[in-house]
Design a protein around this ligand. Structure first.
Ligand SMILES: [Zn+2]
Length: 358
């Protein structure tokens, strides 16, 4: 626990939250996936497992094996529950190795390891999403898990389905986690509201946001409409000023802790609105010819590529393609709002028109 490497990768964020980096830093994962151990004493609740890097396990093991003080209640079980925040591999890929590790540690101290197997939890994905690569990835990992390493659901699945407002309380009764379904990044994304139940001064709660709100940069999303609704919902929890529901610090799935979470969420929402206004502004103008040459060939409607060419004209063209994906999602949201209509075409050549305001 005391080596420099451990110190850099394991951070005690407060009395009851320890962050362990998933050891998968990268362009899209920033410092890597953050995993969190919640609770003042074992058994802990583990939020996410990283993507399954070998280097993660010694860090988790060292943290779990930390010597406890005399006053610490003894528990055979080190992790009672594992909550997976959503269906991306960098959050669930570590499940097999983490479960094996827990089984090994539990077996050392207790011959009847069956009694201390953890439960795995995740919010269900909508029906018809089984064919998606994320889902098949998840299903193949789940089907590979030895049944001796977890407590199955009543339906026999490795996953216990989470539900909106479900509450977890650590075994010593001092910390609670409440599930908030916040789709948008993925349809099964959740946030977890963290409350210190011993806090007589009623300090603000904190929020685990997984990939819905990141510690740096901007988050990506599959569906902009539901994503913005989720962000707005989080913000209104804060604005209600209800001590049980409001929050301040945000613990993201990637990047550092955000001290003022509500402010960052407002910035995210403002940024999306500004982008939307830009797109509406472009669509309401005559079609450009100089930057988006494809446009002229396709007629007098805006293609996604031509819109990108307008909005990102100050940026290098190698950034246009990733930007086109975001513009496409904005156009879909505007379509759902009754502001735009797709006139056909594929990918970046998709043609869009602005509808008159009703
Ligand atoms: Zn993700």
């Amino acid at each position: 626990m005391e080596t420099l490497e451990t110190l850099l990768n394991v951070s005690k964020l407060n009395d009851y939250v320890i962050r362990i980096l998933g050891q998968n830093p990268g362009k899209f994962t920033l410092q890597g996936t953050n995993t969190y151990l919640i609770g003042r004493h074992p058994p802990f609740i583990l939020v996410d497992t990283g993507e399954g890097r070998d280097e993660f396990l010694p860090l988790l093991e060292a943290t779990l094996r930390q010597p406890r003080t005399q006053s610490t209640p003894y528990s055979n079980c080190l992790v009672s529950d594992i909550i997976i925040t959503h269906r991306h591999r960098d959050h669930f890929g570590g499940l097999p190795s983490v479960l094996e590790l827990l089984k090994r540690i539990h077996m050392e101290g207790n011959a009847d390891a069956d009694l201390v197997r953890p439960r795995i939890h995740k919010y269900p994905s909508p029906p018809k999403s089984e064919s998606l690569s994320h889902e098949s990835d998840l299903q193949s990992i789940l089907s590979s898990l030895p049944t001796s390493t977890y407590i199955p659901s009543s339906a026999g699945s490795p996953i216990h389905d989470l539900w909106e407002s479900q509450n977890f309380v650590t075994s010593d009764g001092t910390v609670s986690l409440t599930v908030l379904h916040t789709p948008g990044h993925t349809p099964d994304s959740i946030c977890l509201l963290l409350r210190d139940l011993t806090d007589v001064d009623e300090q603000p709660n904190s929020l685990f946001t997984a990939d819905s709100v990141l510690g740096q940069g901007t988050a990506v999303f599959e569906d902009l409409s539901t994503y913005l609704e989720s962000l707005q919902r989080l913000l209104s929890l804060h604005e209600e000023r209800n001590v049980k529901a409001s929050f301040k610090a945000v613990y993201p799935g990637h990047g550092p802790v955000v001290a003022d979470g509500p402010q960052l969420i407002s910035t995210y929402i403002r940024h999306r609105r500004e982008r939307e206004d830009q797109i509406v502004g472009v669509l309401s103008r005559p079609v450009a010819t100089q930057k988006g040459e494809l446009v002229g060939k396709l007629g007098d409607t805006w293609t996604i590529w031509a819109i990108v060419g307008e909005i990102y004209k100050e940026y290098p063209e190698n950034l246009w393609l990733p930007a086109a994906h975001g513009v496409g999602l904005h156009l879909r949201k505007l379509e759902r709002d009754g502001r735009t209509r797709c006139l056909g075409g594929e990918s970046i050549n998709q043609r869009w028109t602005l509808l008159p305001k009703v």
